[in-house]
Design a protein around this ligand. Sequence first.
Ligand code: ZN
Length: 126
Amino acid sequence: MKADQEEKFKKILTEEEKIVLNELKNIAVQNSSNLKDWIPKIDLNSDGPAGEGEDAMQTTNYQKRIGLVAELETRYNNIKKALENINNGTYGICLLCGKKIELDRLNANPAAKTCKEHVDKEVDDI
Ligand SMILES: [Zn+2]
């Protein structure tokens, strides 16, 4: 990949990293023993755990939050990984086949880890 393209993606990823991190901090707490893990806050309006008065609405909100945190967590980790790859010169290479990831795919998702052919096989732990 050309240096100016890489520089462009680095800027986008750095910006997105900040945004996703802010969103995560609003609704979750980072696990200090595993920095890739985020624990959803029980109640956004108080610092303590949910009490007996917790109603169904709150439970529903919490369940939604768990899903959202998982989504943001994956995005955040993918962005970090992509930035790491830019720094060590392996950015834009499909982790499954080693081919270059198509530019339009990276334009749509700069944190993509696989080429178009392997888009369905993209999993968390590769
Ligand atoms: Zn591939």
